[in-house]
Write a protein that binds this ligand. Structure first.
Ligand SMILES: Nc1ncnc2c1ncn2[C@@H]1O[C@H](COP(=O)(O)OP(=O)(O)OP(=O)(O)O)[C@@H](O)[C@H]1O
Ligand SMILES: [Mg+2]
Length: 250
């Protein structure tokens, strides 16, 4: 189908080419890329990693450190960073019924699309520091690499409309360690209940992402003392914020 040759197809061209028979992801990606701005004055930071690796702990520490520098950050998470997302989070993690892999993927992307559009992009456009507890890389890894869903990356691009974090901090721990940490927390959620082989693929997946892009991704050994990890993260984030003119605050 020749539709691949049109980077920016107009509505008329698409109608002419009988859009319904064209591979839809090709068309949507090019249209969304055109629509959304790629640059923004704020800073988008994401914490990623497997279960119990210390994301929430480190996110809180960093937010406190930034607040001490009069640089309040917008703290958010996926899934569940919006009222709509809170409902999706419940469906995804605490459903009593089964969730098919495809349905799981679409629910994560629905949460993400709404979150990016209504929370993340507006805050970045205002020049804020946005810190998210998980984002698109979790789907790339959990649904894409661990569950083997080929379309995870494509759907991520649609849901994020091309937005990419300035920095992704990956906390790396062996799954046995992370799961032991969260075990005492009550009923495990749907993903925490997955087999060990799944969690091992998740760990490998995050490390593979970091290897491909060492500027955007930084891996920290999450088994170390949380205070030490926190200090290192603060130093790294300070450097990156300075580079973007967001530190010190004027
Ligand atoms: N570096 C660390 N060393 C030892 N324990 C830690 C460390 N970091 C966090 N913990 C503890 O491990 C548990 C899980 O940490 P936390 O909730 O921050 O992880 P998480 O990655 O957010 O987990 P989840 O995937 O469930 O959201 C908490 O009890 C926390 O106090
Ligand atoms: Mg957490």
């Amino acid at each position: 189908m020749r539709v691949y040759q049109f980077r920016h197809p107009s509505k008329n061209v698409l109608r002419h080419l009988k859009l319904l028979t064209a591979p839809p992801e090709v068309v949507y990606i090019s249209r969304l890329d055109m629509k959304k701005k790629k640059t923004y004055p704020g800073f988008f930071l994401v914490f990623e990693g497997g279960e119990g690796c210390g994301k929430s702990t480190q996110l809180r520490k960093l937010a406190q450190a930034l607040a001490r520098q009069s640089l309040p950050a917008l703290l958010t998470r996926e899934p569940g960073g919006t009222p709509l997302g809170k409902g999706i989070r419940k469906l995804l993690l605490h459903a009593k019924h089964e969730v098919s892999p495809e349905a799981e993927l679409f629910l994560y992307e629905a949460d993400r699309a709404h979150h990016v559009e209504s929370v993340v992009r507006p805050a970045l456009a205002r020049g804020q520091v946005v810190i998210s507890d998980r984002h698109a890389d979790s789907t790339a890894v959990y649904q894409g690499m661990a569950r083997g869903m080929r379309f995870a990356d494509t759907l991520n691009r649609i849901a994020t409309s091309g937005l990419q974090p300035d920095l992704v901090i990956i906390l790396d721990v062996p799954p046995e360690v992370g799961l032991a940490r969260v075990r005492g927390r009550g009923t495990p959620d749907r993903l925490e209940r997955e087999k060990m082989a799944f969690h091992k693929k998740v760990r490998k997946g995050f490390l593979a992402l970091a290897k491909k892009n060492s500027r955007r991704y930084k891996v920290f050994d999450g088994t170390r003392d949380p205070e030490d990890i926190g200090q290192e993260i603060q130093r790294l984030v300070k450097t990156r914020l300075e580079r973007k003119g967001l530190w010190p605050r004027h």
